[in-house]
Ligand binder design. Structure first.
Ligand SMILES: Nc1ncnc2c1ncn2[C@@H]1O[C@H](COP(=O)(O)OP(=O)(O)OP(=O)(O)O)[C@@H](O)[C@H]1O
Ligand SMILES: Cc1ncc(C[n+]2csc(CCOP(=O)(O)O)c2C)c(N)n1
Ligand SMILES: [Mg+2]
Length: 327
C-alpha cells in the first residue's frame, strides 16, 4: 500500500513538496518577490465546507472570514495589502444569492483594509470551496521574516488567545451558538499593529492561524530555535475560562492547541524591550510578553515546573486536536 496523505499530515506533506519541487522561497506566511527595491508579498489561503464552516455560518461571514485570513498573512510579515483575487468552486444548485452575499462579506473586509478585488475564477464543484490570493508590499528592512528569529529574544503576542477555540467548544457544547460563531469567524487581520511592531523593532513574526503549539513546533523544526513560554503570561480571551469548564481542557490548551485566532506571534530584542513597550502603549497596541527564545526545546512553565511541549496543534490531514472532551 502506498503512503497516504493522512499518514503524513500537512507539515510533512509541505516539507516533501518543498524538497521535491526545489522551491527557493523560505517557508513563511507570504512568498516574497523582490521588485525595484520593494518586497512584493503574495499569499493564498482557501476555505471549504466542512473543514472551516459549521452549517449555520452565513455566506456573508464566509466571505469576510476568507478576506480576513488572507489579509492576516500579509500582516504576519508586516506588509501593506493592496490587491486580492477570488477563486470559487460552487455546486451548480446553489442559489445565486449565496454568492452575492459571500462577495459582499468579502468586499466589506477588503474595503476596510484598502484592498481591491482585482479578479478571480469561477466554476462548478462538488463542494463549496473558495480561495483567496492576496498581494501586498513592504520595504525590505521592515519585512518581518520568520528567519529573523534568534536565541535570546523576547517572545510576544498581540491581544488575547483562545477566542476561536472557545467558540468551537461553545458551538460543540450547544452553548450560546450565535456567540460561538462570532468568536470563531469574526477575525481581525492585525495589519496596523504589525506595521507598528515592525517600526519599533519587531524581529521575527508569523500569524497564529494554527495555534501557538503548532507555530512553536514549526519554528523549532525550521530554525532550530526553541521558545520558552510562561503559562501565567499567556493572555486568555474572556471566554477561555468558561470554555475550559465546559470541555475539561486546560486553559493553556484552549489558548494554544486549536488555532484560529490570527493574532501575531513575534520577537523583539531584549535591548529594545523598554522603548518597544512604551511605543505599543502609546499607540494602543495590546501586547503580551509571554516568554523568550533559546537554543533548547520548546517549553512551558506552569508556575512550578518547566514542561517540554511537543503538541502538534492544528494540522490538516491529521485528527483534529482534542480539547478535553471535545473532538
Ligand atoms: N501546496 C503547496 N505548494 C507549495 N508551497 C506550499 C504549499 N502549501 C503550503 N506551502 C508553503 O508552505 C509554507 C507553510 O504553509 P501554511 O499554509 O502553513 O502557511 P501559514 O501562513 O503558516 O498558514 P496559514 O495559511 O494558515 O496562515 C508557506 O510558505 C506556504 O507558501
Ligand atoms: C467547522 C470548523 N471546524 C474547525 C475549525 C477550526 N479550524 C479549521 S482550519 C484551522 C486552522 C487554520 O486553517 P488553515 O490552515 O486552513 O488556514 C482551524 C483552527 C473551523 N474553523 N470550522
Ligand atoms: Mg499565516
Amino acid at each position: 500500500m502506498g503512503l497516504k496523505l493522512k499518514d503524513l499530515g500537512e507539515r510533512k506533506i509541505i516539507d516533501r513538496i518543498f524538497l521535491s519541487s526545489g522551491i527557493k522561497q523560505e517557508k513563511d506566511d507570504c512568498a516574497v518577490i523582490k521588485l525595484k527595491g520593494q518586497n512584493i508579498l503574495i499569499s493564498t489561503d482557501s476555505v471549504s465546507l466542512p473543514t472551516h464552516f459549521f452549517p449555520e455560518v452565513t455566506p456573508e461571514t464566509m466571505g469576510s472570514f476568507l478576506a480576513a485570513i488572507n489579509l492576516s498573512d500579509i500582516a504576519a510579515m508586516a506588509g501593506e495589502p493592496d490587491s486580492f483575487l477570488l477563486s470559487l468552486q460552487v455546486p451548480d444548485d446553489y442559489q445565486y444569492s449565496f454568492l452575492e452575499e459571500f462577495v459582499s462579506g468579502l468586499t466589506r473586509i477588503l474595503r476596510s483594509y484598502k484592498t481591491r478585488l482585482d479578479g478571480g475564477d469561477t466554476k462548478e464543484g462538488t463542494y463549496f470551496e473558495a480561495t483567496g490570493f492576496v498581494m501586498g508590499y513592504q520595504k525590505p528592512k521592515r519585512t518581518l521574516y520568520r528567519s529573523r528569529i534568534r536565541k535570546n529574544q523576547v517572545l510576544c503576542t498581540t491581544n488575547k488567545m483562545g477566542k476561536a477555540a472557545s467558540g468551537y467548544i461553545f458551538y460543540r457544547s450547544s452553548y450560546r451558538k450565535e456567540l460561538a460563531l462570532k468568536l470563531m469567524y469574526d477575525i481581525r487581520p492585525r495589519i496596523k499593529e504589525a506595521s507598528l511592531i515592525a517600526e519599533y523593532g519587531g524581529k521575527f513574526m508569523m500569524d497564529l492561524s494554527d495555534g501557538l503549539y503548532s507555530s512553536i513546533g514549526q519554528m523549532k523544526k525550521d530554525y532550530g530555535i526553541g521558545l520558552r513560554i510562561v503559562e501565567d503570561e499567556l493572555p486568555p480571551d474572556s471566554h477561555v475560562k468558561k470554555a475550559a469548564d465546559l470541555s475539561g481542557a486546560t486553559p493553556a490548551d484552549v489558548m494554544c492547541r486549536f488555532g484560529g485566532d490570527y493574532e501575531l506571534l513575534f520577537t523583539i530584542d531584549n535591548s529594545d524591550y523598554r522603548d518597544f513597550k512604551d511605543a505599543m502603549e502609546s499607540n494602543k497596541v495590546q501586547v503580551s510578553y509571554i516568554g523568550d527564545t533559546w537554543e533548547g526545546e520548546n517549553m512551558m512553565f506552569d508556575g512550578d515546573k518547566w514542561h517540554i511541549i511537543d503538541d502538534p496543534g492544528y494540522e490538516h490531514f491529521s485528527p483534529k486536536p482534542k480539547l478535553g472532551r471535545i473532538e
